[in-house]
Design a protein around this ligand. Structure first.
Ligand code: COA
Length: 172
């Protein structure tokens, strides 16, 4: 099957939003999706765009019932490591079920790798669910190392509510 990998365009917003929701469903976390097409437009195309997105586009004869040809996507943004300098962080990688196993996921990741190198990054970093063995195998084959096992790092976050508490506590 022929497909192209390209940076996303404003016209892809609706399709990307749909795939983000599909990816979240796959991760049993659809209720956690708070982003809207407007947020993605402002954060992805505004003056201070905070992320980039690659899309995999199928030929017109593969147009979905929703009326688009976007069959996969990869989100990424620059972050910084005090030990290593620039790092490209891969947020989501998703290919629609009917289009898997055709090289699209590997092509999206390879294009992200190219962007990482062009931006002088020392690595491409991403998170993968520990129950998602097919994805773990896929990433391992492409050279990824599980740093949670190797380096014993925990991924931590402070949610908005607790951020607020932290700010209020500091004021006291
Ligand atoms: C993981 C994923 C992005 C791979 O995309 P893809 O287009 O199927 O990847 P490719 O065709 O380049 O490579 C597929 C390889 O992975 C394996 N694979 C992993 N998951 C697969 C799946 N669900 N369906 C088909 N092949 C899968 C295949 O065996 C194949 O191996 P091979 O290259 O030795 O033949 C895709 O399966 C997907 O979107 N899965 C659901 C979401 C997900 O797990 N995302 C990654 C974690 S955030």
């Amino acid at each position: 099957m022929s497909y192209i990998i390209r940076p996303w365009a404003l016209t892809d917003l609706k399709a990307i939003m749909r795939l983000i929701r599909e990816s979240a469903s796959f991760h049993k976390a659809l209720d956690q999706v708070k982003t809207t097409p407007e947020m993605l437009r402002d954060d992805g195309f505004g003056k201070e765009a905070t992320f980039g997105c690659l899309v995999a586009e199928a030929p017109p004869e593969q147009t979905s019932k929703e009326g688009d040809t976007i069959v996969g996507y990869q989100f990424h943004y620059l972050t910084y490591c005090t030990w290593d300098g620039h790092i490209l962080f891969g947020e989501d990688l998703y290919v629609r079920p009917d289009f898997r196993g055709k090289g699209i996921g590997s092509s999206l990741l390879a294009k992200a790798a190219k962007i990482a190198l062009a931006k002088g990054c020392s690595q491409l970093r991403f998170i993968s669910a520990n129950w998602n063995q097919p994805a773990t195998d896929f990433y391992t084959r492409l050279g990824a190392v599980n740093v949670t096992s190797r380096d014993k790092w925990n991924l931590c976050c402070i949610d908005k509510e607790d951020l607020q508490k932290l700010v209020e506590q500091a004021r006291k």
